[in-house]
Design a protein around this ligand. Structure first.
Ligand SMILES: *Cc1c(COP(=O)(O)O)cnc(C)c1O
Length: 360
Protein backbone atom coordinates (compact mmCIF):
# COMPACT_ATOMS: atom_id res chain seq x y z
CA UNK A 1 0.00 0.00 0.00
CA UNK A 2 1.26 3.43 -0.78
CA UNK A 3 -0.52 6.58 0.25
CA UNK A 4 -0.04 9.87 -1.58
CA UNK A 5 0.20 13.33 -0.11
CA UNK A 6 -3.31 14.57 -0.77
CA UNK A 7 -3.58 18.36 -1.07
CA UNK A 8 -7.29 18.30 -1.95
CA UNK A 9 -9.42 21.22 -0.73
CA UNK A 10 -12.19 18.81 0.24
CA UNK A 11 -13.05 16.05 0.81
CA UNK A 12 -9.55 16.04 2.13
CA UNK A 13 -6.80 14.16 3.92
CA UNK A 14 -7.69 12.48 7.24
CA UNK A 15 -5.24 11.39 9.95
CA UNK A 16 -3.89 7.96 9.05
CA UNK A 17 -4.23 6.85 12.67
CA UNK A 18 -7.94 7.59 12.57
CA UNK A 19 -8.45 5.68 9.34
CA UNK A 20 -6.62 2.66 10.77
CA UNK A 21 -8.71 2.72 13.92
CA UNK A 22 -11.89 2.85 11.84
CA UNK A 23 -10.56 -0.06 9.80
CA UNK A 24 -9.98 -2.12 12.93
CA UNK A 25 -13.50 -1.39 14.15
CA UNK A 26 -15.16 -1.84 10.78
CA UNK A 27 -16.67 -5.30 11.20
CA UNK A 28 -17.15 -5.35 14.95
CA UNK A 29 -17.41 -2.08 16.82
CA UNK A 30 -16.11 -2.79 20.32
CA UNK A 31 -17.79 -6.16 20.73
CA UNK A 32 -21.17 -5.14 19.26
CA UNK A 33 -20.73 -7.63 16.42
CA UNK A 34 -21.63 -4.98 13.88
CA UNK A 35 -20.20 -1.93 12.18
CA UNK A 36 -21.22 1.60 13.23
CA UNK A 37 -22.67 1.80 9.70
CA UNK A 38 -25.14 -0.96 10.54
CA UNK A 39 -26.23 0.27 13.93
CA UNK A 40 -29.48 2.00 14.98
CA UNK A 41 -29.10 5.68 15.67
CA UNK A 42 -31.45 5.06 18.62
CA UNK A 43 -29.12 2.48 20.18
CA UNK A 44 -27.29 3.10 23.43
CA UNK A 45 -23.98 2.44 21.71
CA UNK A 46 -24.58 5.13 19.12
CA UNK A 47 -25.89 7.55 21.74
CA UNK A 48 -22.52 7.16 23.47
CA UNK A 49 -20.71 7.87 20.20
CA UNK A 50 -22.59 11.12 19.55
CA UNK A 51 -22.44 12.23 23.20
CA UNK A 52 -18.70 11.66 23.33
CA UNK A 53 -18.16 13.45 20.01
CA UNK A 54 -20.05 16.48 21.28
CA UNK A 55 -18.27 16.48 24.64
CA UNK A 56 -14.85 16.28 22.98
CA UNK A 57 -15.71 19.08 20.54
CA UNK A 58 -16.95 21.26 23.42
CA UNK A 59 -13.73 20.57 25.23
CA UNK A 60 -11.50 21.31 22.22
CA UNK A 61 -13.21 24.59 21.31
CA UNK A 62 -14.22 25.66 24.80
CA UNK A 63 -17.86 25.91 23.72
CA UNK A 64 -19.89 27.71 26.41
CA UNK A 65 -22.97 25.97 27.85
CA UNK A 66 -25.35 28.48 26.24
CA UNK A 67 -24.43 27.15 22.79
CA UNK A 68 -25.91 24.07 21.12
CA UNK A 69 -23.85 21.80 18.90
CA UNK A 70 -25.89 20.44 15.97
CA UNK A 71 -24.75 17.66 13.63
CA UNK A 72 -26.73 18.36 10.47
CA UNK A 73 -26.95 17.17 6.89
CA UNK A 74 -27.05 19.13 3.66
CA UNK A 75 -23.47 20.30 4.02
CA UNK A 76 -22.39 23.88 4.55
CA UNK A 77 -24.53 24.85 1.56
CA UNK A 78 -27.83 24.08 3.29
CA UNK A 79 -26.83 26.45 6.10
CA UNK A 80 -26.86 29.22 3.47
CA UNK A 81 -30.69 28.88 3.58
CA UNK A 82 -31.20 27.67 7.14
CA UNK A 83 -29.46 30.73 8.57
CA UNK A 84 -31.78 33.35 7.01
CA UNK A 85 -34.86 31.16 7.56
CA UNK A 86 -34.12 30.96 11.28
CA UNK A 87 -32.50 34.34 11.95
CA UNK A 88 -34.05 36.94 9.65
CA UNK A 89 -36.71 38.17 12.09
CA UNK A 90 -36.42 41.78 10.81
CA UNK A 91 -35.88 40.49 7.30
CA UNK A 92 -32.46 42.14 7.04
CA UNK A 93 -28.93 40.76 7.03
CA UNK A 94 -25.50 42.13 6.12
CA UNK A 95 -23.04 40.05 4.09
CA UNK A 96 -19.31 40.51 3.58
CA UNK A 97 -18.46 38.88 0.28
CA UNK A 98 -14.90 37.55 0.19
CA UNK A 99 -15.25 34.62 -2.21
CA UNK A 100 -17.52 32.15 -3.95
CA UNK A 101 -18.91 30.62 -0.76
CA UNK A 102 -19.85 33.97 0.78
CA UNK A 103 -21.29 35.00 -2.56
CA UNK A 104 -23.48 31.90 -2.66
CA UNK A 105 -24.65 32.46 0.90
CA UNK A 106 -25.43 36.09 0.06
CA UNK A 107 -27.40 35.08 -3.05
CA UNK A 108 -29.39 32.54 -1.05
CA UNK A 109 -30.27 35.04 1.69
CA UNK A 110 -31.76 37.38 -0.90
CA UNK A 111 -34.58 34.87 -1.34
CA UNK A 112 -35.71 35.35 2.23
CA UNK A 113 -35.28 39.04 2.95
CA UNK A 114 -33.12 42.05 2.34
CA UNK A 115 -29.53 40.91 2.19
CA UNK A 116 -27.03 43.75 1.95
CA UNK A 117 -23.52 43.37 0.59
CA UNK A 118 -21.68 45.71 2.99
CA UNK A 119 -18.16 44.88 1.79
CA UNK A 120 -16.50 42.81 -0.91
CA UNK A 121 -13.08 41.98 -2.30
CA UNK A 122 -14.33 40.90 -5.71
CA UNK A 123 -12.60 43.90 -7.37
CA UNK A 124 -9.26 42.09 -6.99
CA UNK A 125 -10.43 38.48 -7.51
CA UNK A 126 -10.96 38.04 -3.76
CA UNK A 127 -7.21 38.20 -3.09
CA UNK A 128 -7.61 40.14 0.17
CA UNK A 129 -9.95 40.68 3.12
CA UNK A 130 -11.60 44.12 3.14
CA UNK A 131 -11.13 46.47 6.08
CA UNK A 132 -14.00 45.56 8.42
CA UNK A 133 -13.23 47.91 11.30
CA UNK A 134 -15.98 50.46 10.54
CA UNK A 135 -18.54 49.05 8.12
CA UNK A 136 -21.97 50.50 7.39
CA UNK A 137 -23.80 47.86 9.43
CA UNK A 138 -27.58 48.10 8.89
CA UNK A 139 -29.29 49.32 12.08
CA UNK A 140 -31.94 46.60 11.81
CA UNK A 141 -29.65 43.78 10.62
CA UNK A 142 -30.51 40.44 12.20
CA UNK A 143 -26.91 39.31 11.69
CA UNK A 144 -23.64 39.99 9.92
CA UNK A 145 -22.32 37.11 7.81
CA UNK A 146 -18.75 36.17 6.90
CA UNK A 147 -16.87 33.26 5.41
CA UNK A 148 -13.87 33.25 7.73
CA UNK A 149 -11.44 31.25 5.60
CA UNK A 150 -11.88 31.41 1.85
CA UNK A 151 -11.08 27.93 0.61
CA UNK A 152 -10.82 28.84 -3.06
CA UNK A 153 -8.89 32.12 -2.79
CA UNK A 154 -6.75 31.32 0.25
CA UNK A 155 -7.60 34.33 2.41
CA UNK A 156 -8.48 34.39 6.08
CA UNK A 157 -9.79 37.05 8.45
CA UNK A 158 -7.01 37.73 10.97
CA UNK A 159 -9.42 39.88 12.94
CA UNK A 160 -13.19 39.47 13.09
CA UNK A 161 -15.29 42.33 11.68
CA UNK A 162 -16.61 44.99 14.00
CA UNK A 163 -20.32 44.11 13.83
CA UNK A 164 -21.31 47.00 16.12
CA UNK A 165 -23.14 44.69 18.45
CA UNK A 166 -24.92 42.62 15.78
CA UNK A 167 -24.80 38.83 15.81
CA UNK A 168 -21.88 37.45 13.85
CA UNK A 169 -22.46 34.33 11.72
CA UNK A 170 -19.38 32.62 10.30
CA UNK A 171 -18.76 29.80 7.85
CA UNK A 172 -15.53 28.19 9.07
CA UNK A 173 -15.66 25.09 6.85
CA UNK A 174 -12.02 25.27 5.80
CA UNK A 175 -10.49 26.52 9.06
CA UNK A 176 -12.59 24.52 11.55
CA UNK A 177 -10.36 23.39 14.46
CA UNK A 178 -7.22 24.74 12.81
CA UNK A 179 -6.61 27.12 15.72
CA UNK A 180 -8.33 28.23 18.95
CA UNK A 181 -11.42 30.43 18.60
CA UNK A 182 -13.52 32.37 21.05
CA UNK A 183 -16.96 30.87 20.39
CA UNK A 184 -18.67 33.70 22.30
CA UNK A 185 -17.66 36.11 19.52
CA UNK A 186 -20.15 34.37 17.26
CA UNK A 187 -23.90 33.82 17.19
CA UNK A 188 -23.38 30.90 14.85
CA UNK A 189 -20.10 29.29 13.89
CA UNK A 190 -20.51 26.44 11.45
CA UNK A 191 -18.72 24.39 8.84
CA UNK A 192 -18.94 21.43 6.54
CA UNK A 193 -16.72 18.77 8.08
CA UNK A 194 -15.18 17.40 4.88
CA UNK A 195 -12.42 20.02 4.79
CA UNK A 196 -10.62 19.84 8.09
CA UNK A 197 -12.47 17.26 10.20
CA UNK A 198 -14.08 14.18 8.68
CA UNK A 199 -15.75 12.57 5.69
CA UNK A 200 -18.24 14.49 3.53
CA UNK A 201 -21.94 14.74 4.22
CA UNK A 202 -22.26 16.69 7.42
CA UNK A 203 -22.10 20.19 8.79
CA UNK A 204 -21.56 21.10 12.43
CA UNK A 205 -23.42 24.22 13.48
CA UNK A 206 -22.66 25.74 16.87
CA UNK A 207 -25.50 28.10 17.73
CA UNK A 208 -26.17 30.40 20.67
CA UNK A 209 -29.36 29.40 22.50
CA UNK A 210 -31.30 32.63 21.92
CA UNK A 211 -31.03 32.13 18.13
CA UNK A 212 -32.82 28.77 18.32
CA UNK A 213 -36.54 29.60 18.39
CA UNK A 214 -39.92 28.69 16.89
CA UNK A 215 -40.04 32.17 15.42
CA UNK A 216 -38.79 31.25 11.95
CA UNK A 217 -39.84 32.47 8.51
CA UNK A 218 -43.30 31.24 7.45
CA UNK A 219 -43.11 28.04 5.45
CA UNK A 220 -39.76 26.95 6.90
CA UNK A 221 -39.67 23.15 6.60
CA UNK A 222 -39.43 21.22 9.89
CA UNK A 223 -36.04 19.87 8.84
CA UNK A 224 -34.73 23.41 8.27
CA UNK A 225 -35.58 24.66 11.76
CA UNK A 226 -32.62 24.74 14.13
CA UNK A 227 -35.04 24.09 17.00
CA UNK A 228 -36.16 20.77 15.52
CA UNK A 229 -32.61 19.45 15.68
CA UNK A 230 -31.66 21.16 18.94
CA UNK A 231 -34.68 19.69 20.75
CA UNK A 232 -33.87 16.22 19.44
CA UNK A 233 -30.13 16.30 20.15
CA UNK A 234 -29.39 16.04 16.39
CA UNK A 235 -31.47 12.83 16.28
CA UNK A 236 -34.78 14.16 14.92
CA UNK A 237 -34.24 11.95 11.90
CA UNK A 238 -31.47 9.51 11.05
CA UNK A 239 -28.25 11.50 11.12
CA UNK A 240 -25.04 10.74 9.26
CA UNK A 241 -24.03 8.23 11.94
CA UNK A 242 -20.77 7.10 10.39
CA UNK A 243 -19.62 10.67 9.83
CA UNK A 244 -20.38 11.57 13.46
CA UNK A 245 -18.33 8.54 14.51
CA UNK A 246 -15.39 9.56 12.29
CA UNK A 247 -15.50 13.19 13.45
CA UNK A 248 -15.52 11.93 17.03
CA UNK A 249 -12.31 10.02 16.31
CA UNK A 250 -10.71 13.12 14.80
CA UNK A 251 -11.67 15.14 17.92
CA UNK A 252 -9.89 12.53 20.07
CA UNK A 253 -6.89 12.67 17.75
CA UNK A 254 -6.77 16.47 18.08
CA UNK A 255 -6.94 16.21 21.87
CA UNK A 256 -4.13 13.68 21.84
CA UNK A 257 -2.04 15.98 19.64
CA UNK A 258 -2.36 18.66 22.32
CA UNK A 259 -5.46 20.59 21.26
CA UNK A 260 -6.03 23.64 19.09
CA UNK A 261 -3.14 25.74 20.41
CA UNK A 262 -0.72 23.01 19.30
CA UNK A 263 -2.55 22.62 15.97
CA UNK A 264 -2.19 26.35 15.38
CA UNK A 265 1.59 26.16 15.93
CA UNK A 266 1.88 23.16 13.62
CA UNK A 267 -0.27 24.83 10.97
CA UNK A 268 1.77 28.03 11.17
CA UNK A 269 4.98 26.07 10.76
CA UNK A 270 3.67 24.18 7.75
CA UNK A 271 2.26 27.30 6.07
CA UNK A 272 5.52 29.20 6.70
CA UNK A 273 7.52 26.55 4.85
CA UNK A 274 5.39 27.06 1.77
CA UNK A 275 4.94 30.84 1.93
CA UNK A 276 8.67 31.42 2.60
CA UNK A 277 9.49 29.39 -0.46
CA UNK A 278 6.91 31.26 -2.57
CA UNK A 279 8.21 34.64 -1.42
CA UNK A 280 11.73 33.98 -2.69
CA UNK A 281 10.86 31.87 -5.73
CA UNK A 282 11.64 33.17 -9.20
CA UNK A 283 9.07 30.91 -10.79
CA UNK A 284 6.13 30.59 -8.39
CA UNK A 285 4.09 33.33 -6.84
CA UNK A 286 1.38 33.36 -4.15
CA UNK A 287 -1.87 35.04 -5.21
CA UNK A 288 -2.94 36.54 -1.86
CA UNK A 289 -1.76 39.69 -0.07
CA UNK A 290 0.62 38.50 2.68
CA UNK A 291 -1.37 39.91 5.61
CA UNK A 292 -4.53 37.94 4.75
CA UNK A 293 -2.96 34.59 3.89
CA UNK A 294 -4.76 31.44 4.98
CA UNK A 295 -2.92 28.77 6.96
CA UNK A 296 -5.05 26.11 5.29
CA UNK A 297 -5.36 26.86 1.57
CA UNK A 298 -2.38 28.18 -0.36
CA UNK A 299 -3.00 29.17 -4.00
CA UNK A 300 -0.01 29.87 -6.23
CA UNK A 301 0.78 30.35 -9.91
CA UNK A 302 3.68 30.46 -12.32
CA UNK A 303 1.93 32.99 -14.53
CA UNK A 304 2.06 30.57 -17.45
CA UNK A 305 -0.93 28.24 -17.87
CA UNK A 306 1.08 25.59 -19.75
CA UNK A 307 3.72 25.51 -17.05
CA UNK A 308 1.01 25.28 -14.37
CA UNK A 309 -0.48 22.29 -16.18
CA UNK A 310 2.97 20.69 -16.42
CA UNK A 311 3.48 21.23 -12.70
CA UNK A 312 0.15 19.61 -11.82
CA UNK A 313 0.91 16.63 -14.05
CA UNK A 314 4.45 16.07 -12.78
CA UNK A 315 3.57 16.63 -9.14
CA UNK A 316 0.88 13.98 -9.44
CA UNK A 317 3.43 11.56 -10.85
CA UNK A 318 5.58 12.32 -7.80
CA UNK A 319 2.77 11.35 -5.39
CA UNK A 320 1.58 14.89 -4.68
CA UNK A 321 -2.12 14.80 -5.51
CA UNK A 322 -4.86 17.35 -6.12
CA UNK A 323 -2.70 20.43 -6.52
CA UNK A 324 -4.71 21.87 -9.40
CA UNK A 325 -6.15 25.26 -8.47
CA UNK A 326 -9.84 26.13 -8.54
CA UNK A 327 -11.11 26.91 -12.03
CA UNK A 328 -11.81 30.55 -11.07
CA UNK A 329 -8.21 31.21 -9.94
CA UNK A 330 -6.25 28.84 -12.16
CA UNK A 331 -2.76 27.74 -11.24
CA UNK A 332 -2.30 25.56 -8.20
CA UNK A 333 -3.64 25.31 -4.67
CA UNK A 334 -2.19 23.31 -1.82
CA UNK A 335 -4.65 22.64 0.98
CA UNK A 336 -2.62 21.84 4.07
CA UNK A 337 -5.23 20.97 6.67
CA UNK A 338 -4.60 19.61 10.18
CA UNK A 339 -4.08 16.07 8.93
CA UNK A 340 -1.42 17.01 6.36
CA UNK A 341 1.90 16.06 7.96
CA UNK A 342 4.79 18.52 7.91
CA UNK A 343 6.66 15.96 5.82
CA UNK A 344 4.01 16.41 3.11
CA UNK A 345 4.65 20.15 2.89
CA UNK A 346 8.43 19.60 2.94
CA UNK A 347 8.08 17.13 0.09
CA UNK A 348 5.97 19.62 -1.86
CA UNK A 349 8.49 22.44 -1.36
CA UNK A 350 11.38 20.16 -2.41
CA UNK A 351 9.44 19.21 -5.53
CA UNK A 352 8.75 22.88 -6.32
CA UNK A 353 12.46 23.70 -5.95
CA UNK A 354 13.38 20.96 -8.36
CA UNK A 355 10.66 22.01 -10.80
CA UNK A 356 11.90 25.60 -10.64
CA UNK A 357 15.47 24.55 -11.44
CA UNK A 358 14.29 22.49 -14.40
CA UNK A 359 11.90 25.04 -15.83
CA UNK A 360 13.26 28.50 -15.15
C1 LIG B 1 -16.58 23.57 0.75
C2 LIG B 1 -17.18 24.78 1.34
C3 LIG B 1 -18.57 24.98 1.37
C4 LIG B 1 -19.56 24.01 0.76
O1 LIG B 1 -19.65 22.87 1.51
P1 LIG B 1 -20.71 21.72 1.19
O2 LIG B 1 -20.62 20.87 2.40
O3 LIG B 1 -20.26 21.06 -0.06
O4 LIG B 1 -22.04 22.36 1.03
C5 LIG B 1 -19.04 26.12 1.98
N1 LIG B 1 -18.21 27.01 2.53
C6 LIG B 1 -16.88 26.87 2.50
C7 LIG B 1 -16.00 27.89 3.12
C8 LIG B 1 -16.33 25.75 1.90
O5 LIG B 1 -15.00 25.60 1.88
Amino acid sequence: MSRVYNFSAGPAVLPEEVLKEAQEEMLDYRGCGMSVMEMSHRSKVFQNIIDEAEADLRDLMGIPSNYKVLFLQGGASLQFSMIPMNLMKNGVADYIVTGQWAKKAYAEAQKYGKANKIASSEDKTFSYIPDCSDLAISPDADYVYICENNTIYGTKYKKLPNTKGKTLVADVSSCFLSEPVNVSDYGIIYGGVQKNIGPAGMVISIIRDDLITDDVLPGTPTMMKFKTHADAGSLYNTPNCYCIYMCGKVFKWLKKMGGLEVMKQRNEEKAKLLYDFLDQSKLFKGTVVPEDRSLMNVPFITGNADLDAKFVKESKEAGLENLKGHRTVGGMRASIYNAMPKKGVETLVAFMKKFEEENL
